[in-house]
Design a binder for this molecule. Structure first.
Ligand SMILES: C[S@@+](CC[C@H](N)C(=O)[O-])C[C@H]1O[C@@H](n2cnc3c(N)ncnc32)[C@H](O)[C@@H]1O
Length: 311
């Protein structure tokens, strides 16, 4: 029996248009040896696109048995390279082998949103997430002394929007240095009451790009969602990190990414790759390539210290 619209809305079931999934994969360029996971995979569009690009292993989780069955059918041609789990994506993966629990190279997807009131209040789930904590007030001494503690010390909120928990879940599943590419409601990037989420994201991870697909991107799939796409490197940000903010150009979302109508979208994906490569090149610049002047400055500083001691 086809699922009712109400059930679909309750579970936040809006399928990502293939062109958007393609765009995100084009931007992050998965390598053949990558393990990729979508923790709320729906019918498996992100996994399918990743497998078409040759990744060795694609893992999907969904809470809805019918939907997961469709993902199974769609991904059948890829045989052993696919693993699917029927469970809550916010909970540890039900697999006795620790290999499947985390350390994924790429965590990608479009998890459910709270627009229809989909919030999580189960304390067993909330306790697994830093973002379920009330942030410390900005001016509190604790907060300024221990920036990180802001996310742990506060009281647990009675309920949290599901997309906030999924955002953190994506990073829990990602290996250090891996990548997260996530479609989230635009409120994550803009709502005042989600400032603490943005701070957490910017402090703990390296946001490379925030892209805003045109409002019509999800029209064809029955949703009118305003979304943002976050592309993030999973290591702590460092001073001077920059992020690219851009609106995704209008496109015929139901066409393949490479149709001439989508040429601009394709060029945007290449631009994102450049931003990511550039940021990594800066981060991994070997120490001995630093200009010699820096060493002199350090020496000068220690001379100053000596002179203070002498007084
Ligand atoms: C917005 S849809 C996106 C599906 C797919 N990633 C895509 O982009 O087409 C969200 C999916 O999350 C699933 N879902 C809802 N709550 C979940 C939960 N707690 N754990 C895992 N999956 C969940 C829904 O069944 C739905 O398939």
């Amino acid at each position: 029996m086809p699922k009712s619209r109400a059930t679909q809305r309750r579970l936040g079931q809006y399928w990502t248009p293939r062109a958007l999934a393609e765009f995100m994969l084009e931007a992050v360029r998965p390598q053949p040896d990558w393990r990729v996971i979508d923790p709320a995979c729906g019918e498996g569009i992100f996994l399918q696109c990743a497998l078409e690009r040759g990744v060795s292993c694609a893992v999907g989780i969904d809470i809805d048995p019918e939907t997961l069955e469709r993902a199974r059918e769609n991904l059948m041609p890829y045989g052993e390279r696919v693993r699917l789990y029927l469970q809550d994506g916010l909970l540890p993966i039900h697999d006795p082998d620790p290999f499947w629990q985390g350390n994924y190279d790429l965590v990608i997807g479009n998890p459910p949103y709270a627009a229809t009131g989909y919030r999580v209040s189960d304390p067993k789930i909330l306790d697994r997430f830093e973002l379920s904590r009330e942030p410390e007030p900005e001016d509190s001494e604790q907060a300024s002394l221990f920036e990180d503690a802001r996310f742990r010390r506060g009281r647990r909120k009675p309920s949290v929007a599901i997309e906030v928990l999924f955002l953190e879940r994506f990073f829990q599943l990602c290996r250090p240095g891996g990548m997260v590419a996530i479609v989230a409601p635009r409120g994550i990037a803009a709502n005042r009451n989600l400032m603490y989420v943005r701070k957490w994201l910017l402090l703990k991870h390296s946001v490379r790009c925030i892209l805003e697909p045109e409002a019509a991107a999800f029209k064809g799939v029955g949703a009118n969602a305003l979304t943002s796409v976050f592309i993030v490197d999973n290591y702590p940000s460092c001073q001077g990190d920059r992020a690219m903010l851009a609106a995704l150009p209008p496109a015929q979302w139901n066409l393949s990414l490479y149709a001439p109508e989508n040429e601009r979208l394709y060029r945007m994906a290449l631009l994102v790759q450049e931003v990511i490569d550039y940021a990594r090149a800066l981060r991994y610049q070997p120490r001995n390539e630093e200009p010699e002047d820096d060493t002199d400055e350090v020496d000068n500083l220690s001379d100053d210290d000596d002179s203070i001691d002498e007084k």
